[in-house]
Design a protein around this ligand. Structure first.
Ligand SMILES: [Zn+2]
Length: 268
């Protein structure tokens, strides 16, 4: 599976060993992504990394990636080399363990969003969304379940990235949705229309009790007829949908492997 590499991820690693970069590998590998903002309006990605490097032996706080309108900088290996630990969520916080089964510092990539009046919000946001989606792709994570905001993990101390996104006229909920869309678009995944119709992946065989139309592409009497079969015909179904067109109050339709739908009221 390919992923569209719209942007460069530029390595600018902090010197190790240091307080900010221990050099330790992530224990279980990458299991989720924590999204942050810098909390410091108008500080650029390169300024943040420079500050981290200059103070690398003074403080331990760190994150893997900084994203602004110009570039995506990686200061702790995450995407450009085997992932190392960074210190971006307090170990005493328990929400990460409850949600994902790991401490974020051991198993999550931390991505920092740069914002402020001197940073092009649209461009920074595009890069931010893309790199989060790319991290999900690279580590086989479900983008709908694997991205969480720092504020969500540590609500009493943190408000990021809600604050930074608000500067860009965006919400956290929109970020989560946009990451999923970007992930699918960059993987060239065609949306499955059956998902909207309440697809359930159960398969089996049924028998037509009436002359039955197999409808092409949609669970609807308005979809074109692919084939008509007489009563008594055995039909294999590959999945069903629960929200097809209601016929006599029944909205369940079966579908064969080719995506032809037939109404469940016409079979037993
Ligand atoms: Zn944070």
């Amino acid at each position: 599976m390919n992923f569209e590499m719209k942007y460069l991820v530029t390595p600018r690693y902090l010197t190790k060993p240091s307080k900010r970069r221990s050099g330790q590998r992530m224990d279980p590998g990458v299991k989720f992504i924590v999204v942050h903002d810098t909390g410091n309006p108008n500080s650029s990605a390169s300024a943040n990394v420079r500050y981290y490097e200059n103070s690398r032996n003074e403080m331990s706080a760190s994150a893997h990636l900084f994203v602004d309108d110009r570039e995506i900088l990686e200061c702790i290996p995450a995407l450009t080399a085997p992932p190392e630990k960074a210190w971006h969520v307090l170990y005493s916080v328990q929400t990460d363990n409850q949600l994902f089964g790991y401490d974020a510092n051991n198993a999550a990539i931390g991505v920092e969003y740069c914002y402020g009046d001197r940073i092009d919000a649209d461009e920074a946001y595009r890069k931010y969304v893309w790199v989060i989606a790319y991290a999900c792709h690279k580590y086989g994570l479900d983008p709908a379940k694997s991205v969480v905001g720092h504020f969500f993990l540590d609500p009493r101390r943190k408000s990021d990235p809600v604050t930074g996104l608000a500067h860009s006229r965006r919400t956290y909920e929109q970020l989560l949705r946009d990451v999923v869309s970007e992930y699918r678009a960059c993987r060239n995944e065609i949306p499955d229309p059956a998902a909207e119709w309440g697809r359930e992946n159960v398969s089996g065989t049924v028998t037509a009790t009436v002359k039955l139309n197999l409808r092409r592409g949609a669970p609807s009497t308005r979809a074109p007829v692919h084939q008509s079969v007489p009563a008594g015909t055995k039909l294999d179904y590959a999945f069903l949908v629960r929200k097809g067109e209601a016929v006599n109050g029944n909205r369940v339709w079966y579908a064969d492997a080719a995506g032809n739908y037939f109404w469940s009221g016409g079979v037993r």
